[in-house]
Design a protein around this ligand. Structure first.
Ligand code: SAM
Length: 297
């Protein structure tokens, strides 16, 4: 006869197993996965520790812990994340939105709110799950957003997320190789592009390697996508429109050079809460200001 397992026993066993697999937050992840398998709140695990798992529950949970042990990210297993107050579906077709990207969104929202202007037209380049586009649509209630990606799978997931978050009427999704199929001008362009240097891809954590390469691979120096996005941004930003980018923590000086080449931006490098230079804010100067700057040379 198979042994019957209670919630308390399963959690204890899984915590130890995850610890041995090198998972840092072993107990927390065990609780999250078990509550997912049982379709229950985490609180319920504490309220009913002697509850015995049914056979189907035990089998479901066993499958989840095996996948987690093999390096599948927790978020792909539970299928969703919270991002800036939005609940988003995630799957291996798109990058799992990161807390740093939430910081970028927070920064954008604060900047616009404090300057008392609200962007009407927003372009999100490389939208993935739609995280940035959806969060901005909820923050700027009158904005129209165009969100592009090269990946059909990501666009399908992002559209579903826009619907679930009630912003589908104001976010349009488009398959495009960066600006290729984009027309019009915008008050805000934002992108968290792939920026990992290609030779570093194979050294990434197992979990990160389960995410799509197209979301990570920034070309030989990691800056291929950023350089392209910066180089054409002037065409798509109407002054005093702003470009916000996320980048790797060692890329600030190269990105600064790329943007300064354009000579049309007022540039700030912004730090994340860990103090790392992770974001760029570039405001497009009006033509009058540009010539004033040129005259000063
Ligand atoms: C780092 S992920 C960011 C996803 C999402 N914006 C986020 O912050 O969670 C980069 C995204 O860029 C997309 N991408 C890569 N190359 C692209 C290209 N040439 N044109 C458009 N999108 C591209 C990927 O499919 C991926 O969704």
């Amino acid at each position: 006869m198979t042994k019957s397992w209670t919630v308390r026993e399963v959690l204890g066993w899984t915590k130890d197993y995850f610890r041995r697999s090198g998972i840092e937050a072993a107990r927390l992840e065990a609780e999250i996965l078990l509550s997912h398998a049982l379709r229950a709140d985490r609180l319920e695990l504490y309220l009913r520790p002697e509850r015995v798992l049914t056979d189907p529950e035990r089998l479901d949970f066993k499958k989840l812990i095996r996948q987690r042990h093999e390096g599948t990210p927790l978020q792909y297993l539970i299928g969703e994340v919270d991002f800036f107050g939005c609940r988003l579906k995630v799957s291996p077709v798109a990058l799992i939105p990161r807390p740093e990207t939430e910081e970028l969104v927070e920064r954008i929202v604060k900047d616009f709110f404090s300057s008392k202007i609200s962007p009407s037209w927003i372009l999100d380049l490389g939208t993935g799950t739609g995280a940035i586009a959806i969060a901005l649509a909820r923050a700027f209630k009158h904005a129209q957003i165009l969100a592009v990606d090269l990946s059909e799978g990501a666009l399908g997931l992002a559209s579903e997320n826009a619907r679930e978050n009630g912003v589908e009427a104001r976010v349009r999704f488009l398959r495009s190789d960066w600006y290729e199929n984009v027309s019009g001008v915008f008050d805000l362009i934002v992108s968290n592009p792939p920026y990992v240097p290609r030779e570093e891809l194979e050294h990434l954590q197992t979990e990160v390697k389960k995410e799509p390469a197209i979301a990570l691979d920034g070309g030989p120096d990691g800056l291929e996508a950023i350089a392209h996005i910066v180089s054409r941004s002037v065409e798509f930003l109407r002054p005093p429109g702003r470009l916000y980018l996320e980048m790797g923590d060692k890329q600030a000086s190269r990105v600064r050079e790329l943007i300064e080449q354009a000579e049309t931006f007022h540039l700030d490098i912004l730090r994340d809460i860990a103090g790392k230079e992770r974001f760029v804010r570039a405001e497009r100067l009006a033509p009058r200001n540009i010539s004033t700057f040129a005259e000063q040379e």
